[in-house]
Design a protein around this ligand. Structure first.
Ligand code: ATR
Length: 284
């Protein structure tokens, strides 16, 4: 590509950031959309976050993504927050407009779009969500915004689940449960959609989250893990005739929403998907 004095600069801050797929995905998206911009990784140690944000502002970097461990702390150094970012207390996308930085959270919208593109209906449904970390907040928010009637949160650490329920409770009916076999079994009997937001299933040595033989037949099962593409949870769900969705769509769409915030243009979603599939799974 031709980099000139006019080329806009975008990036991602995180620590570590070397594993991030966003530089590849966003660079390709800019290219496809004919936008004169580059997107680069910035490794920022936690103690340098404030200085780094000041630096990005001073350098007129037009926008950046924010990843672990800075998503919460970065909110302190921005001028404005979107409604979602404010409620979730976390930012993954920042837009710089003439030196004014606005923080957004595109994880929730990204998750919602990934379900919509698969034809999942949420209105009046009962959801069981496993996990109560940062990802769970965004996913829970999306499920409630999408219209679920009940959001049942199951987590190993009960206090963490309660904290998430307190946050999301103002958006709808949210109940919390401990990660216990009997409890999970009862909840699943009534579930229309199950979502895993925990990290269990990423490693082959991980134990199952619960007894997968208890997954009801024909419901929707989502795992926000995208590597491996089919976790043991999704494999078991597929065998039960469930509709299964992994986390690739969420990864693509959180990036697509960020692209749209920065550029005001529709993101080339299919190009972004192709790039990630090739990178992650070796598909063409
Ligand atoms: P993220 O920001 O990706 O959501 P996180 O905040 O570290 O990451 O949250 C990880 C989630 O996975 C938590 O809900 C965690 O449960 P605890 O709150 O009890 O720690 C869950 N998790 C991780 N390892 C787990 C395990 N071995 N068994 C059950 N839950 C696990």
């Amino acid at each position: 590509m031709k980099i000139t004095g006019k080329t806009a600069v975008y990036g991602i801050i995180g620590y570590p950031v070397k594993h991030s797929l966003s530089p590849l995905m966003q660079t390709e998206a800019f290219k496809e959309a004919g936008i004169d911009a580059v997107y680069v990784p910035f490794e920022v140690e936690p103690e340098n976050l404030e200085e780094a944000v000041k630096g990005l502002r001073a350098l007129s970097v037009k926008g950046f993504n924010v990843t672990v461990p800075h998503k919460e702390k970065v909110t302190e150094y921005l001028d404005f927050l979107s409604q979602e970012a404010e409620l979730l207390g976390a930012v993954n996308t920042v837009k710089n407009e003439d030196g004014e930085l606005t923080g957004y959270n595109t994880d929730a919208e990204g998750f919602l779009r990934s379900l919509l593109e698969e034809g999942v209906e949420l209105e009046d449904k009962k959801a069981v969500m496993f996990g109560a970390g940062g990802a769970a907040r965004a996913v829970g928010y999306a499920l409630l915004k999408g219209g679920v009637k009940f959001l049942n949160i199951v987590n190993r650490s009960f206090p963490k689940a309660k904290a998430v329920a307190e946050l999301l409770g103002r958006l709808g009916n949210v109940l919390v449960y401990p990660l216990k076999e009997g409890t999970v079994e009862t909840l699943l009997k009534d579930a229309d959609i199950i979502v895993n937001t925990t990290s269990l299933g990423m490693k082959e040595s991980d134990p199952p989250l619960f007894d997968y033989s208890k997954i009801p037949e024909g419901i929707t099962v989502v795992d926000i893990i995208y590597n491996p593409p089919e976790t043991p949870l999704l494999k078991a769900a597929k065998e039960k005739g469930c509709k299964t969705i992994n986390g690739l769509g969420m990864l693509i769409h959180q990036g697509a929403v960020a692209f749209e915030i920065w550029t005001g243009e529709k993101a080339p979603v299919e190009t972004m998907r192709r790039i990630l599939e090739r990178e992650l799974y070796g598909a063409l």
